[in-house]
Design a protein around this ligand. Structure first.
Ligand code: CUA
Length: 337
């Protein structure tokens, strides 16, 4: 090969490699990182991307160079040269991918192994997926149960993920890891959030009609803020019933679907809870019984204009005192409005 051709090949490759690298680096493809474990995952991602860009640049350079120099003329109908393979070339293009794919596997295995390590000091949260909601139970905090995942910053948390009905998948993009939630088994995921903020919790396994709505938030708080939140929750839950009920209402995320003046909730996915007395009348049941039944068994009565199977059936798992508190709170505040 002439020296000029080599220079030309390298130039084309560098140009394409540079353009693709710029597209990879300048466009924010990934959400910002908010966990320690994300670091390793990002490393594997960029390691693999780097390999892909190199191969892409190499192959494109050869293709473009060939198009430029070995193009058949408009009247050239002759046969091409009879080429019967090239052993050296074949060994190279088999060996190089083997080395690259092995390198990616080793890097991935090392990162996964490191991310799976559970530090001695950690918080444990049970994560339950169900059509179509997430719920979180804090065993270290007296079985506190919420519909939003609150975590202290810079502290490892062991998520014990499971499902009640079908397969779901737990994902917080900023934390960088996904894990399936399977009925009848528990999958462990370790996360060490390292940035205070609010991040989406998304179900990434098609699990039914409400799959797209199966979202909640992961709120990473300062250590002090988290402890204060836990104390406030415990105080509210142990206090007068209606106050406890208001805390349960907020924790379970009832406000993301319902309107209730007493909780400053304005969502319109489900029936208006300020109109519970009228709804109970239509259902032909005493108010308190109606409210309790609608929480435990949402499909028992469907208010005209709404659909069955939209409200999750997770709330029957609420500890009895929290459920009682929620019922009292709903009965009292709907009567008052
Ligand atoms: Cu749960 Cu999709």
């Amino acid at each position: 090969m002439r020296r000029g051709s080599v220079v030309q090949l390298v130039l084309i490759g560098a140009l394409i490699g540079g353009a693709v690298t710029a597209a990879a680096l300048l466009i924010p493809w990934l959400p910002p990182s908010a966990s320690k474990e994300r670091g390793g995952i990002d490393f594997v991602f960029w390691f693999t991307t780097g390999i892909c860009i190199t191969i892409f640049a190499l192959v494109s350079a050869v293709i473009i160079y060939s198009i430029m120099h070995f193009r058949a003329g408009p009247d050239d109908d002759s046969d091409g040269l009879p080429i019967h393979g090239h052993t050296g070339l074949e060994i190279v293009w088999t060996a190089v991918p083997v080395v690259l794919v092995t390198a990616i596997s080793v890097a991935s295995a090392a990162v996964l192994h490191r991310n799976d390590h559970v530090p001695k000091r950690h918080l444990t949260v049970e994560v339950m997926g169900q059509q179509f909601a997430w719920s979180f139970k804090y065993d270290d905090e007296g079985g506190l149960s919420t519909g939003m995942l609150r975590l202290p910053v810079n502290e490892a948390v062991l998520l014990k993920i499971t499902a009640l009905d079908v397969i779901h998948s737990f994902w917080v993009p900023e934390f960088g890891q996904k894990l399936d939630a399977l009925p009848g088994s528990v999958n462990n995921l370790v996360i060490t959030p390292n940035k205070i903020g609010r991040y989406p919790v998304i179900c990434t396994e098609l699990c039914g009609l409400g799959h797209a709505l199966m979202r909640t938030s992961a709120i990473v708080m300062s250590k002090g803020g988290y402890e204060a939140w836990v104390r406030a929750q415990r105080r509210a839950l142990n206090g007068p019933k209606t106050g406890a009920g208001k805390a349960v209402f907020a924790n379970q995320g009832c406000n993301s679907c319902h309107t209730l003046k007493a909780a400053a909730a304005t969502a319109k996915v489900g029936p208006d809870l300020d109109k519970l007395p009228a709804e109970a009348k239509r259902a032909g049941k005493p108010l308190e019984q109606f409210v309790r039944e609608s929480i435990i068994d949402p499909n028992a009565y469907i208010e005209p204009g709404y659909h069955p199977n939209v409200m999750p059936e997770v709330y029957k798992q609420l500890p009895k005192d929290q459920l009682d508190g929620l019922v009292q709170f709903l009965v009292q505040s709907s009567k008052g409005s």
